[in-house]
Design a protein around this ligand. Structure first.
Ligand code: DP6
Length: 331
């Protein structure tokens, strides 16, 4: 056991503007459609992996606690995929999140991007190139492939393992867009994303959604390229509501929105429509609102949110960096 077999990586979560909801292939996390996201500067996972030829079973720590539950099993299964193609040995894994659990920020996205990056670096050999790392992250959790890269990212859904990978659209410096995550509830969701993807593929609205998505993605990418916040915001908000509609009208129904989520949406739309504040929102598989605006109005938007949701924590993010190797090991 040497330090040569140990590496630590840091990766940010991401928020999807065009969502991944529904899989074409559940073994390889191949999505039904392409998706587009922003990497989140302040929602970070740090993970250390230490390979040990003498270790039979993996030993896994999450936020300083040893875990032996389904989360540990998911990580070990994932490491098996790497072991099957590279070297057979056990691993010690320690992972910490900068953001609290259950905040509606996808910890599986930053988690698997950091895990894949650290696991390969810990072999002490040349890691797969960036595109291949996005595939490796995707094999752990679909949305994780977008967390390998910085700034604004597109996941080319593809049709099989080789053709499903992410590509950077623009770097973090392209646009000072902010995502203010308003944490309205920390309760675990009743229907997991993995379950939601299964319900989504059999939803009767899905065919219509898939038909419209290519044009929507093109328009979104155009608005992103020109930093046209009003066009961008309208597309993103519509997309969020369409996906929520599919979630809540599925069988079984996944109703992630809480009364406070709806209340805040009404406030936000009134600020925009009645007072001209350029602010929009998106949602994930949870009740917490991702409020989107440009940097020059972020302070005002934050002040307004604090007034209408005084008890809610607000986590502010900018376009974040790519997954990277760092020196401060957790093990
Ligand atoms: C609503 O990536 O968590 O956040 O591939 O089963 O791990 P698995 O699912 P996951 O799904 C994320 C769904 C989403 C939308 C998105 O991030 O695109």
């Amino acid at each position: 056991m040497t330090d040569r077999m140990k590496a630590t990586a840091r990766a940010c979560s991401n928020i999807a503007f065009i969502k991944y909801w529904g899989k074409a292939d559940f073994d390889h996390n191949i999505p039904l459609n392409d998706s587009v996201s922003m990497t989140l500067s302040d929602a970070v996972t740090t993970t250390t992996v230490q390979w040990d030829p003498e270790l039979k079973d993996d030993v896994i720590y999450l936020n300083s606690e040893r875990i032996l539950d389904a989360r540990a099993l998911r990580i070990s299964r994932y490491l098996d995929r790497i072991r099957d193609q590279y070297y057979r040995m056990g691993a010690r894994v320690a992972s910490v999140n900068s953001f609290p659990a259950g905040t509606g920020i996808a910890s599986s996205a930053s988690g698997f991007a950091a895990l894949a990056t650290a696991a390969f670096a810990a072999f002490g050999e040349e890691s797969p190139d960036e595109t291949e790392m996005t595939r490796w992250a995707r094999r752990g959790s679909g949305s994780a492939c977008r967390s390998v890269q910085a700034g604004f990212v597109e996941w080319k859904g593809g049709t099989d393992d080789a053709s499903s990978y992410s590509e950077q659209l623009c770097g973090p410096g392209h646009w000072d867009l902010r995502d203010l995550v308003v944490v309205l509830s920390r309760k675990p969701k009743t229907i997991s994303s993995s379950e939601g993807h299964k319900i989504a593929v059999r939803h009767p609205f899905m065919a219509a959604r898939q038909e419209e998505l290519p044009a929507r993605i093109l328009s979104l990418k155009g608005a992103l390229a020109t930093r046209d916040v009003a066009t961008f915001g309208e597309i993103v908000e519509h997309e969020a509501m369409e996906v929520q509609a599919i979630m809540m009208s599925g069988r079984p129904s996944a109703l992630y929105l809480q009364p406070d989520t709806i209340r805040l949406i009404h406030h936000l739309r009134a600020w925009r429509d009645d007072e001209g504040v350029p602010v929009w929102f998106t949602l994930d598989a949870g009740p917490n609102l991702h409020v989107l605006c440009e940097g020059d109005v972020a302070f005002e938007v934050r002040e307004r949110l604090t007034i209408v949701a005084p008890d809610a924590e607000i986590l502010e993010n900018r376009p974040g960096p790519a997954a990277r190797i760092v020196d401060d090991h957790l093990l």
